[in-house]
Design a protein around this ligand. Sequence first.
Ligand SMILES: Nc1ncnc2c1ncn2[C@@H]1O[C@H](COP(=O)(O)OP(=O)(O)O)[C@@H](O)[C@H]1O
Ligand SMILES: [Mg+2]
Length: 251
Amino acid sequence: MTLRIATAGKGGVGKTTFTAMMTRALVEKGARPALVVDADPNANLNYYLGVKYDATVSDLRESLKRDQPPSGMSKPDFTALKISEILSENDGYDLLAMGRPEGPGCYCFVNEVLRAAMTRLASKYAVLLVDNEAGLEHLSRRTTDDVDNLFIVSDSSIVALRAAARIKLLSASLELKVKNISLVLNRIKSDAEREAAISSARDIVGKDTQIAAVIPEIAEIGGMLSSGSNVFLLKDFPREILEPLVSPHET
Ligand SMILES: Nc1ncnc2c1ncn2[C@@H]1O[C@H](COP(=O)(O)OP(=O)(O)O)[C@@H](O)[C@H]1O
Ligand SMILES: [Mg+2]
């Protein structure tokens, strides 16, 4: 069974950093191969991972509309084939970037493919990790559905925790098929901030909020991209915090 993981949360709280670090934790733990999906139209996960991709799903839209499948091949199989051709293949994981949707209000093709990727494509992988854009759209469009673990990432700020609360509420009201929703508190600078953040999370997100992990502020992450580095090169890597999150039996 593929373990399906997705992120949610306010912009800038560390969703992409978390996804990239989870990718490393998974690969190093041997939970491979992983399919890592960058579902943020403003794709940047590849930089955090230190890899490149040639094309996004959105780039395929025109050619898939135009080209007919070879005889004997169904359209969904043809789409799956074309997508497999644009996977960025790396040591232990493949990266798929969704790219930009058609235009405002029309997310049809990219979202259809994303849903298909979460079911068909993902079955070949040990783990599916989806990094989402900020906000609630991916929930209401139901591209974050049917996942085992939804990690809502937040820093200790009230604004980010309020966004986390909205995500939790919306997920419940949409009756998404998410098995487990938990909070990841990120960029925590001290024990005092940890205590305060946990207490605020209980007040704002809810008493029953499960806190899956508390990740410290890691100075090395600050200059990581500008110095051409990536999560796989981090010396200060919070492996012991992330590894428990990737065990299927922990969910
Ligand atoms: N644990 C951390 N320690 C230090 N900096 C972090 C940490 N997590 C994220 N950051 C920084 O926060 C910024 C936003 O992170 P990012 O993962 O892009 O957020 P999001 O995907 O939620 O918009 C980046 O500059 C990143 O380097
Ligand atoms: Mg991001």
